[in-house]
Structure formats: structure tokens, C-alpha cells
Design a protein around this ligand. Structure first.
Ligand code: PSU
Ligand code: MN
Length: 313
């Protein structure tokens, strides 16, 4: 019996195209919007947003970019709505916990992995693509900054394709937290956790999946087991020819971390500060590696959604 004191969930607004695809069990891929609103210099965000949707369509699936506009949560955006998210001033960054006040106040925002995972799952979408997950920040012992992405993924049955986590985070601590939180993690065609800009973070993963069909089989197994809901993270390394030069990466990252300390950068400001230095000191190469990783993830998510759509009910 639903508690009459609580309203029945209504869920996000879903475009007709996405709704129809889900009804017919056609492949659908949800796309995170924070990267297009906040992760890229303008007007690159809009260009990339359109490109990512086109990649999904070209792979035979329906794209569903997730965002909040004027207090309404959307799964699937019209062209004009996608443009607003990528170009409008004052677009907020919304994790799961930000959704209630954003909806109440009529705000507009891009969704992080936690916001996207929740809304996509609420819409009935099983696969989504992003760049990198949030995770445990360096210096966690003094400032307990761990992305809410991990908590939400520990409670949501969804498959997330990512290129690992950015090397500005504490990668071993992030992997440890995912273990503690019972988030399933598999390298895609690799036994090492990818390093976002680099093919490898140097950290091992316990499982390797090598085809979209194997990923879909793991998703089936989640359903058959019927345990508490948790995500399957498919960690997909950036293509070799697009990774940053590892020596350049290590040098620039070390400089950026030292500079952040020297400039006494703390809290929310740390990530944008470090990322901006990475872009500057690699002369834009880190941005190109970032984009290549996201494109690769969107392609793989499309293949997984396709394999998943072939399942027998
Ligand atoms: N990693 C990236 N690019 C991003 C993000 C992470 O390489 O844009 C974004 C994602 O939306 C992720 C969020 O969900 O940052 C995590 O933010 P926080 O650490 O504030 O939870
Ligand atoms: Mn954070």
C-alpha cells in the first residue's frame, strides 16, 4: 500500500520519441548534461551535445539527454531545449539532492551523474554514457569530499559507461569506495581501471568484459539475482591514439596540484582550477582527450543498449 501521506511518483517528462522507444524495447541511451553545460568552453558545449546525440542515433539507438528546465525534469530534449542547456547563462549543476529545490523553484540545470542516473532510471532507461564519474577527492582525510555520484550509483540499477575518474581525484580511494558500496565495476577490454585522459590509471580492476553482449549478460544477471539495486560501471579506456602523452599528463598534473596548494584553492573551486590548468598547460590536448573519451563512451553505450534491447522479456 502506498503511504497516502506521500504523493505517487510522477517521474520526469519523457519525450514522445524516447517513450515510444522504451515501449517498443528499442535501444535508448541517456546522456549526462553537466559536461555540455559546465565541462566545456562555449560554444563547444552545444556542438558536442549535438554530436553526442548524433552518435547515438547513428548507432541505431535513441538519445535521451537529461536536464532540468524551468523546474521540470526532462529525459530527452528537443533541439531548442538542448541549446538552452548548452548556452544559457545561470544553468545550475544538479546532483540528485539538488532536484527537489530546483523543481520547487523553477530552476534550470544540467544533471551530474547522480542526477542523470536517477532520472534516467526513473524513466526506465538502463544505459547511460558520461565522461568520468565523480569520486573521492585527494585530501579526503581533511575535507570529506566524495562525490554523491557514488552513493546514488550504489542504489540504482543502471549501467554507466565512463572512462574512469579524472586523475585529479584519488583514484585508489574511489575504487575502494565503489567496492564498499557494492557498485559492480568492470574494465571494458582491459584489466586496469582507465585513467580518463590516459588508457590506464595503473590500478587493477577485478573484472573484464569484452563485448557488448557480455555487458548485457551481466545486466541480465543483476536482474535475475534480484538483489538490492546497484549500478554496473563499465570503465572504457580512451583510444590509444587519443590519450594524453603520459609523461606530459603526470608533469602537468603534479604542477597543477602544487599550484592549487600554493594558491590555497579549496572545496568546489578545486576541480575547475585543476582542469583549467590541465587544459592550459597541455595546450588544449587534455580537452581533446576528454572529448575523445566521451565519444568512445557514447559509442560503447549505444552498442550495449542495442545488445540489451535484444533480450528476451
Ligand atoms: N568528471 C568529468 N567531467 C565532468 C564531471 C566529472 O570528467 O563534467 C561532472 C559529472 O557530471 C559528475 C560530476 O557527475 O562532475 C561530479 O561532481 P561532484 O564531484 O560535485 O559530485
Ligand atoms: Mn564534490
Amino acid at each position: 500500500m502506498p503511504d497516502p501521506a506521500h504523493a505517487a511518483p510522477v517521474g520526469p517528462h519523457i519525450t514522445e520519441e524516447v517513450r515510444e522507444a522504451l515501449r517498443r524495447r528499442l535501444p535508448v541511451v541517456a546522456l549526462e548534461s553537466t559536461i555540455i553545460a559546465h565541462g566545456l568552453p562555449r560554444p563547444r558545449g552545444l556542438q558536442v551535445a549535438r554530436e553526442l546525440e548524433a552518435l547515438v542515433s547513428a548507432g541505431g539507438a535513441v538519445p535521451a539527454t537529461v536536464a532540468v528546465l524551468d523546474g521540470v525534469a526532462h529525459v530527452g530534449l528537443r533541439a531548442d531545449q538542448l541549446e538552452r542547456i548548452a548556452t544559457e547563462e545561470g544553468i545550475r549543476k544538479l546532483g540528485f539532492r539538488d532536484l527537489p529545490p530546483a523543481l520547487a523553484l523553477g530552476a534550470s540545470g544540467a544533471t551530474t551523474v547522480s542526477g542523470t542516473a536517477f532520472l534516467a532510471a526513473a524513466a526506465g532507461i538502463r544505459v547511460f554514457a558520461t565522461g568520468g564519474l565523480g569520486g573521492v577527492h585527494r585530501g579526503w582525510t581533511t575535507v570529506q569530499d566524495e562525490s554523491a555520484d557514488l552513493n546514488l550509483l550504489s542504489r540504482t540499477r543502471i549501467t554507466v559507461v565512463c572512462a574512469g575518474v579524472k586523475s585529479i581525484l584519488d583514484v585508489p580511494a574511489t575504487l575502494q569506495r565503489m567496492e564498499t558500496l557494492n557498485i559492480s565495476v568492470a574494465g571494458y577490454r582491459t584489466a586496469e581501471f582507465p585513467g580518463f585522459y590516459l588508457r590506464s590509471s595503473g590500478e587493477p580492476v577485478d573484472w573484464t568484459l569484452t563485448t557488448p553482449q557480455q555487458v548485457a549478460a551481466a545486466m541480465h544477471a543483476q536482474d535475475r539475482l534480484g538483489g538490492p539495486p546497484a549500478a554496473l560501471v563499465v570503465a572504457n579506456p580512451v583510444a590509444e591514439e587519443h590519450q594524453l602523452d603520459p609523461a606530459l599528463h603526470d608533469r602537468v598534473l603534479a604542477d597543477a596540484l602544487a599550484a592549487a596548494e600554493g594558491d590555497r584553492i579549496h572545496g568546489q573551486a578545486v576541480t575547475p582550477y585543476l582542469l583549467a590548468r590541465m587544459v592550459r598547460d597541455t595546450e588544449g590536448a587534455s580537452l581533446e582527450a576528454n572529448l575523445a573519451a566521451v565519444r568512445g563512451n557514447v559509442r560503447l553505450a549505444t552498442e550495449i543498449a542495442d545488445a540489451w534491447s535484444q533480450r528476451t522479456p
